[in-house]
Design a protein around this ligand. Structure first.
Ligand SMILES: *[C@@H]1O[C@H](CO)[C@@H](O)[C@H](O)[C@H]1NC(C)=O
Ligand SMILES: *[C@@H]1O[C@H](CO)[C@@H](O)[C@H](O)[C@H]1NC(C)=O
Ligand SMILES: *[C@@H]1O[C@H](CO)[C@@H](O)[C@H](O)[C@H]1NC(C)=O
Ligand SMILES: *[C@@H]1O[C@H](CO)[C@@H](O)[C@H](O)[C@H]1NC(C)=O
Ligand SMILES: *[C@@H]1O[C@H](CO)[C@@H](O)[C@H](O)[C@H]1NC(C)=O
Length: 309
């Protein structure tokens, strides 16, 4: 069913580098990797790291932002994907990470729910276990389905659908475009990395195949949109996609009227090992600010209000 169809919808003609002002907001003291982030309604950031079982928070509007602990998950050593599936309630992937094998310890993968909505201390609940998961990575909500999240598995090459209310887990999509190539391919040996649902389509990157693709959520055929060293990504309100790109940049995909995308490398300095990106919330300035995490432990604010993109 999930056939590969290498439709290269990309317009290469528009390639070029646009620059946007950047500001380093925080750097982890030991260079510990920052992996993913979500922006709360309060505009505070929630940040995951593969180096800690702890969810951190940071106020990007503070004069001297600090990275503060919010919650430490039991039976875990690493966190990856995070997404807000109900207002101020987040699903987070936690597991025991073996950094030698680049796999989760067997049976350790869990999706937790962290609820800030009641105010005060957040309440944590293990929403589901995914015992068959080998390496959970990106995590997405499903618009219109507030109990469901999708979780990418970078080794199995599939997307799980997790019901965070009942704990039910099923494989939603398994496709060769989501699998890693294997030990003979380029580093990292990871397949599907970031994933996000937008307008009924599941968009995803594959780290080792170096592709950005999309597939209809129901009975679809995978279209590969572009090639590049892509990680996680986010959509803006204009339907443009800002994709973390190695070794240290962001790629901006702008949809064109004829259904193709223009691709531009934007911000190719400062960032080192770009891992994910999310827009700020609250006010004109914050909503135009893209917060970017890197595997070198940087949190960088990109002012997307100007630039020539
Ligand atoms: C932690 O993991 C152990 C062994 O894998 C398991 O027996 C125990 O129930 C887990 N505890 C929690 C809180 O998940
Ligand atoms: C981590 O993976 C390596 C390589 O596969 C393996 O030799 C080692 O035993 C694993 N470590 C743990 C704690 O399971
Ligand atoms: C869609 O997929 C389902 C499950 O694989 C299948 O039963 C159904 O016939 C498919 N529908 C179409 C229109 O292809
Ligand atoms: C789509 O539109 C762009 C910009 O107008 C143009 O350069 C490109 O050739 C078009 N591609 C297709 C497949 O129509
Ligand atoms: C990027 O970060 C790595 C550690 O993650 C470091 O070894 C390397 O020197 C950094 N590169 C640059 C250009 O700063």
């Amino acid at each position: 069913m999930w056939q590969v169809n290498f439709l290269f919808l990309l317009e290469l003609a528009g390639r070029g580098i646009a620059t946007f002002p950047t500001q380093l907001i925080f750097q982890t003291p030991g260079g510990q990797a920052l992996e993913n982030l979500a922006v709360r309604p309060s505009s505070k950031l929630l940040i995951t790291s593969t180096a800690f079982p702890t969810l951190f928070t940071l106020d990007p509007t503070a004069a001297n932002p600090t990275l503060d602990e919010v919650f430490t998950f039991p039976n875990a050593s690493a966190l990856t994907g995070i997404a807000e599936y109900r207002p101020d309630v987040y699903a987070i992937a936690a597991f025991v990470f073996n950094s030698t094998s680049i796999m989760a310890a067997p049976g350790s993968v869990a999706i937790w729910s962290l609820d800030f909505a009641s105010g005060g201390t957040p309440t944590a609940r293990r929403a589901a276990r995914i015992p068959q998961s080998i390496l959970p990575n990106g995590l997405s909500t499903v618009p219109g389905q507030p109990d469901l999240v999708l979780v990418a598995d970078s080794i199995l090459g599939e997307a799980f659908e997790v019901n965070v209310r009942t704990g039910a887990v099923r494989v939603l999509i398994q496709d060769v475009t989501m699998t890693p190539i294997g030990p003979n391919g380029p580093a990292p040996p990871l397949g599907i990395d970031g994933l996000h649902v937008h307008d009924g389509l599941l968009y995803f990157t594959n780290a080792q195949r170096q592709t950005f693709s999309r597939v209809p959520l129901v009975n679809g055929t995978v279209e590969t949109l572009a090639s590049g060293e892509f990680d996680d990504f986010t959509f803006d309100t204009e339907g443009r996609v800002w994709v973390a790109t190695d070794p240290g940049g962001l790629t901006l995909f702008t949809p064109l009227k004829n259904g193709t995308f223009e691709q531009k490398l934007v911000v190719d300095t400062v960032l080192n090992g770009t891992s994910s990106a999310a827009f700020g919330r609250n006010g004109a300035r914050e909503t135009k600010t893209l917060y970017v995490t890197t595997r070198a432990g940087q949190l960088v604010a990109v002012d997307t209000s100007g630039g020539d993109a």
